[in-house]
Design a protein around this ligand. Structure first.
Ligand code: G6P
Length: 613
């Protein structure tokens, strides 16, 4: 949700900011803008993408400036237009600000400031905040950082901000509460950004700001971090192990396609060092410290949003099936507001690619308060959820930049598989021979995904056959029911075709009414346990002239006659079918979206990291 980048150093700020904004564009792309200082503050901003900003800048003289702030927006307050684009000026144009988050009490603050004579140009809560900083600064003749601290004491809501001051051109001030901010420490240069991706081409030395902290970065001076009450904090400088090629497309047309094709590697990375089929063990380092509470938990509650919630659903099947602990799955946004009954015998597992989703974070805070053990399954190293939870495991998939999640999903499901296996073994609820078969099978998943990826051309051909549909239905049973939900979500996210996922048997209770010759029905028919039942479901669709695309197990000939199109995936043990069956669905959505001319990496209205409620 909105990307922030800021720089102060010796070089020209504008190209650094633009390059940084491009790396952050996955966070929102409703508008883009920068602020630079050359005696006066200059703001260049417009509706649209960073490329639109570059075009606009090409028509103007961009002032030479060695400090600056930049923003790419996902609109919350006010429509995406030029005026609401960030940065915003203070009334006296001495300050400019970029902001990610929501100021909840902005209307009261606005009214109070209007009574003091402030006039606002935009509909944003952000402009209110910069006017508030201005008010403190000019009333009490404060330095920028002091005015920022005073203003933030009045603010309710979530923010990551960076502010600059015409009178102190070599300084930028940042602050965070619930929205991420990373400080980069280079040679003779400082950076601030929403994540490390704009920073790593300059330095790998970073400080992750904590909630409630304010950072002052001034050319030639040390980094100063305080809280909003001006008490000095002691930052931990970390060295990031992130490579530039990890955040570039590497020859693929889109990040999404690159990330789909990375899955043999990322699934292997999620398992690396955590299991040995030969020696018969599975270990998750993050579980060690709390192993007794985990193994003897009364209940596990898996929370997440979007694709991560679908992983959680698969986690429910895995943990109940293999480890025999009762599991509940909750949308983080619902969980946090419905007074859940929790105890210290519960383990709450938060699943999040970004580690920054606000609803998931709030749900975790609630779970912690109620005494539950909290565990994070997260991709982004050092993210808020990783730091908030009692313990956790990274999925080690590397940066996921395509807005539609793919490799993070398979990474999360891999991690949940390891978790279920490890708990099952400790609880003694799985036969040794089956346990050994399961871990040997899990180790083969990367090469099986590789095999599915070789079907790309065939999947593209099927995509072309159904690309003009207005609706689609996805059906699956058991482990494949959440995959049906995920397949439908992928399609609607990036191709804007309305799609629904259903448990196959539920089709009779409503969706069947929609089926006609124009309706593609994707059926995941790999389950060994309910194969005959799924076959009947396909027959029911065919009887209504629906067009069936069946995902089947290699060599299963009897569905070939029945279905209009089949995609064969390798045989695996049932608990791991989601890791395979989701891959053709990712490719199908990708190709349909490309064929329809959609921007797959930046679908309309979406953002990758949702740091607002
Ligand atoms: C957004 C993204 C989805 C993602 C969801 C949860 O909606 O577009 O791809 O699944 O947020 O994000 P998280 O980072 O918590 O997994």
């Amino acid at each position: 949700m909105c990307g922030i980048v800021a720089y102060v150093g010796k070089n020209e700020a504008f190209p650094i900011l633009v390059q940084g904004l491009k790396r952050l564009e996955y966070r929102g792309y409703d508008s883009a803008g920068v602020s630079l200082v050359a005696r006066d503050l200059h703001v260049i901003k417009c509706k649209g993408k960073v490329s639109d900003l570059e075009e606009l800048a090409a028509t103007r003289t961009v002032p030479s400036s060695t400090s600056g702030i930049g923003h790419t927006r996902w609109a919350t307050h006010g429509p995406p237009n030029d005026i609401n684009a960030h940065p915003h000026y203070s009334g006296n144009k001495r300050l400019s600000i970029v902001h990610n988050g929501i100021i909840e009490n902005y209307s009261e603050l606005k009214e109070a400031l209007e009574n003091l004579g402030h006039v606002f140009l935009s509909d944003t809560d952000t402009e209110v905040l910069v006017h508030l900083i201005e008010e403190f600064q000019s009333k009490d003749k404060l330095k920028l950082e002091d005015a920022v601290r005073m203003a933030l004491q009045k603010v309710i809501g979530a923010y990551a901000i960076v502010v600059m001051d015409r009178e102190e051109p070599d300084k930028i001030v940042g602050a965070r509460l619930s929205s991420p901010l990373v400080v980069g420490i280079g040679e003779d240069a400082y950076f601030i950004a929403s994540d490390a991706s704009p920073i790593i081409s300059h330095t790998n030395k970073v400080v992750f700001l904590n909630d409630g902290e304010v950072v002052v970065l001034e050319k030639g001076k040390d980094v100063v971090i305080t809280n909003i009450h001006n008490e000095l904090q002691h930052p931990k400088i970390e060295e990031l192990d992130l490579k530039l090629e990890e955040i570039e497309k590497g020859g693929f047309d889109h990040f999404m396609l690159k990330e789909i094709f990375q899955q043999p590697m990322t699934v292997a990375d999620a398992m690396r060092g955590r299991l040995s089929a030969k020696e018969g063990w599975v270990v998750l380092g993050g579980m060690k410290e709390f192993i007794n509470r985990i193994v003897h938990a009364d209940r596990m509650i898996l929370i997440g949003c979007g694709t991560s919630w679908h992983s959680a659903l698969i986690g429910e099947y895995l943990i109940e099936d293999l480890a025999r602990i009762p599991v509940e799955v909750e949308y983080a946004s619902e969980f946090r507001y419905r007074k859940p009954v929790l105890s210290h015998k519960d383990v709450v597992i938060a699943i999040s690619q970004s580690g920054e989703t606000l609803d998931t974070m709030a749900a975790l805070e609630l779970a912690k308060k109620e005494g539950a053990l909290t565990y994070g399954i997260v991709n982004v190293v050092g993210s808020s959820i990783a730091r908030l939870t009692d313990s956790g495991s990274y999925i080690h998939c590397g940066p996921e930049i395509g807005v539609a999640s793919t490799k993070a999903f398979t990474g999360q499901v891999t991690l949940l598989s390891l978790m279920a296996l490890s708990i099952a073994k400790r609880r003694g609820v799985v036969a040794e021979s089956y346990f050994r078969r399961l871990i040997s099978e899990l180790e083969t998943i990367p090469e099986k995904i590789e095999k599915i990826l070789s079907l790309d051309e065939k999947i593209k051909w099927i995509a072309n056959e159904i690309k003009d549909s207005n609706n689609a239905l996805y059906l699956g049973r058991g482990y494949n029911f959440p995959v049906a939900l995920e397949g439908a979500l992928k399609l609607k996210e990036i191709s804007y075709i309305h799609a629904e996922g259903y448990p196959a048997a539920e089709m009779k209770h409503g969706p069947i009414a929609l089926i006609d010759e124009n309706m593609p029905v994707v059926v995941i028919a790999t389950n060994q346990s309910a194969f005959e039942k799924i076959k009947s479901n396909i027959q029911e669709v065919k009887a209504r002239k629906g067009r069936v695309i069946a995902i089947v197990t290699e060599g299963h000939e009897d569905l070939k006659e029945l279905a209009d199109y089949t995609i064969e995936i390798p045989l695996t043990l049932e608990p791991f079918t989601p890791l395979l069956s989701v891959v053709p669905l990712q490719l199908l959505s990708y190709h349909i979206a490309v064929l329809r001319g959609c921007n797959v990496d930046q679908p309309r209205n979406l953002a990758k990291s949702v740091t607002v409620e």
